[in-house]
Design a binder for this molecule. Sequence first.
Ligand SMILES: *[C@@H]1O[C@H](CO)[C@@H](O)[C@H](O)[C@H]1NC(C)=O
Ligand SMILES: *[C@@H]1O[C@H](CO)[C@@H](O)[C@H](O)[C@H]1NC(C)=O
Ligand SMILES: *[C@@H]1O[C@H](CO)[C@@H](O)[C@H](O)[C@H]1NC(C)=O
Ligand SMILES: *[C@@H]1O[C@H](CO)[C@@H](O)[C@H](O)[C@H]1NC(C)=O
Ligand SMILES: *[C@@H]1O[C@H](CO)[C@@H](O)[C@H](O)[C@H]1NC(C)=O
Ligand SMILES: *[C@@H]1O[C@H](CO)[C@@H](O)[C@H](O)[C@H]1NC(C)=O
Ligand SMILES: CC(=O)N[C@H]1CO[C@H](CO)[C@@H](O)[C@@H]1O
Length: 408
Amino acid sequence: MYIYLIFFVLCTCANASRMKLIAGHVIFRHGDRTPLASYPSNLIKEENWPNGYGQLTSIGIEQQYRLGQYLRTRYGSILSSTFDPREIFVRSTDFDRTLMSAESNLHGLYHQRNISNNRMSVQPISMHTERAANDFLLGQNDCPIVNRITNEAYQSETFKQLNEFYQPFFEKLQMWTNASNITLYNTQHIPDSVLVAHIHNKAPAWATEDVRKTLAEINNIIFYFSFVNDTVKRIRGGPVIQDIWSNMNRSVHHDTFYKLRMYSAHDTTVSAALAFLHIHYPFQPQYASALFIDLYKQNQTYYVKVEYLNVTDSNKPQPYLLEGCPKVECPLDIFTTIYQPRFPGKAEVECENKPSSSSRSAKAMVVFLSSIVVGLFLITLVTTMFRKRQASVQYIPVLTRDSADKAI
Ligand SMILES: *[C@@H]1O[C@H](CO)[C@@H](O)[C@H](O)[C@H]1NC(C)=O
Ligand SMILES: *[C@@H]1O[C@H](CO)[C@@H](O)[C@H](O)[C@H]1NC(C)=O
Ligand SMILES: *[C@@H]1O[C@H](CO)[C@@H](O)[C@H](O)[C@H]1NC(C)=O
Ligand SMILES: *[C@@H]1O[C@H](CO)[C@@H](O)[C@H](O)[C@H]1NC(C)=O
Ligand SMILES: *[C@@H]1O[C@H](CO)[C@@H](O)[C@H](O)[C@H]1NC(C)=O
Ligand SMILES: *[C@@H]1O[C@H](CO)[C@@H](O)[C@H](O)[C@H]1NC(C)=O
Ligand SMILES: CC(=O)N[C@H]1CO[C@H](CO)[C@@H](O)[C@@H]1O
């Protein structure tokens, strides 16, 4: 009896002070697409892919449709069942695959239509974009300083050592692909071409499981090195997080805000946003993977919760405990204190191509930091060799002599 009473009281209190969802923000990668490029020995040419290179496939359309259905279950408590442009704002990069991904996703999110007295079977939904050259928000504009820092990272000892490590594999890869001079610096499109071909049952015979695993490792290394520098994190990941923060700030100040802001973008956008938040995610984001940054309210206090749906179609996002936050539901004030100082300035200022003022000290810094990273890398390598390939998420992608050898 008493237990029931206590239980009842607890429940009532819990209800009264429930975490209430206020606003959702989602950054996702487009769905399954055709390859972006090829290699000399490839028998599958661009014309063998529906609509050519870099286009959303029917698999990708369906992945996004299902992600939209998941968004309905996730945000159904704050979004009307039919489209209302005052509630949702959709922003996409200016690519066919991301625009079409957003459309497919919205078909899953708004299954109920209500237009022209139901005489039309389509519900148009507005979305916004920006041509790539001006798209600072989702990281598409050309930014010379980012290229310069990336090139500096490529000069680091760690990167050189990794390049050495994969030389025997690259020699094989040159033979298979008929491409010349393959290095970690220029190989990006081969892992992609092979992965996409494999998904569509068109992979060449040499692309065994071990070869694909090694290619994936290489891809992950390139992703890792692309977003390791704080300046790059700020420039490539900062704008979208700042945009999200502004919407949360408007809500807190009782200004007009969107219940859901959706950003349809790329693996690089998702990686950069994760890196900006100091989440060390050492993999290439999968198709239709989605990063959620949601605003909650409880007892007049606002909280930010960050979750990443890291596997296509999994519907099981992983919550993150952010550095400096006491718990997964991070009080907005703390979130603001941590991230506001890292927000970028205007694109023109951030991306300005200034010559490096202190390139010597910058170089010394790179050498110093690389030696730390080399140390970490070697420790990781040795540990994994002893552990015999136990799956684990490390700060740096786990490499083993084992996997490099088998691929050869
Ligand atoms: C590789 O390139 C050479 C020289 O260009 C050419 O003769 C050969 O047929 C190519 N092999 C394949 C498998 O594409
Ligand atoms: C091979 O690639 C590296 C890095 O991309 C470049 O520095 C080098 O000049 C290239 N060598 C040849 C023979 O093309
Ligand atoms: C990031 O790059 C900038 C510009 O080259 C450099 O000054 C800075 O030291 C780098 N930061 C790190 C952590 O390597
Ligand atoms: C937060 O939102 C309020 C109300 O819209 C606005 O006046 C204020 O400038 C915003 N703060 C920042 C730092 O943008
Ligand atoms: C919320 O407020 C209620 C009533 O003021 C209080 O009993 C409860 O402990 C508060 N909950 C939290 C999590 O602060
Ligand atoms: C996805 O996240 C889970 C939980 O953090 C992790 O165990 C898994 O390795 C991740 N998968 C991929 C493909 O990133
Ligand atoms: C689901 C929904 O909102 N249906 C409405 C569509 O429009 C007709 C006519 O305006 C309404 O009667 C429905 O309720």
